[in-house]
Design a protein around this ligand. Structure first.
Ligand code: 5RP
Length: 219
């Protein structure tokens, strides 16, 4: 296990403390989330059910015996647990490194509390070093890429990758993310864009931040 994996494991384990028992929760995607699922199963805490953000997470839920429900089975989720590729001091995030940003944003929007789990490398003063994932309808890929170039970004197709919703991902480097709220909305107005990985409008409520010295809770 790398030092970063160890921090992800610490964040995932600590986040279990925020799981409301006998409620419905939402679960994101990624290696930090996988540690969270393992820790939740080991904790003996029970939830009524979990809404998954991806096929990969559904497989983990099944493996660890956590009951899965769909968004159509529930009205609201008490809490949502997910990782991030970058999170700033306002708890705005860049997500989608694992390609699950669309369902992640949907499930997060149905949740009363967003608990983000991250190792310290993800906690940044300014968003934008990590290329911004943009999910696009395959048919519109080149059209959207040209628009992203006009906005100053350098889009790169995530080759050989199809999202769980059958779309493609453009990873956009060099994008100016200094106005994340505006950009999140602007990108989604481009015809062919399904969703983008900026979580500026819906920030995390709690950041469980793992450092070698221990786990810090940032609100
Ligand atoms: C998936 C995501 C993940 O939360 C993000 O990529 C972080 O992943 P990891 O925990 O493996 O570092 O947004 O779409």
């Amino acid at each position: 296990m790398t030092a970063q994996d160890d921090l992800k494991r610490m964040a995932g384990a600590k986040a279990v403390e925020f799981v409301p028992e006998n409620e419905y929760i939402g679960i994101g995607t990624g290696s930090t989330v996988n540690y969270f699922i393992q820790a939740l199963a080991a904790s003996g805490k029970t939830v009524k059910g979990a809404v998954s953000s991806s096929n990969a997470t559904s497989a983990m839920l099944e493996k660890y015996g956590i009951p899965e429900v769909t968004l159509s089975d529930v009205v609201r989720l008490s809490a949502y647990f997910d990782g991030a590729d970058e999170v700033n001091h306002s708890l705005q995030m860049v997500k989608g490194g694992g390609g699950a940003l669309l369902r992640e944003k949907i499930v997060a929007s149905a949740s009363d509390l967003f608990v983000c789990m991250a190792d310290e490398s993800k906690y940044v003063a300014r968003l934008g070093k990590f290329p911004l994932p943009v999910e696009v309808v395959p048919h519109a890929r080149s059209l959207v890429a040209r628009q992203l170039l006009k906005l100053g970004g350098q889009p790169q197709l995530r080759v050989g990758f199809t999202t769980d919703s059958g779309n493609e991902i453009l990873d956009v480097a060099d994008m100016d993310l200094s106005r994340p709220l505006t950009l999140e909305d602007e990108l989604n107005k481009i015809p062919g864009v399904v969703e983008n990985g900026l979580f500026a409008r819906h920030t995390a409520d709690i950041l469980v931040l793992a450092r070698p010295s221990g786990v810090e809770i940032v609100r």
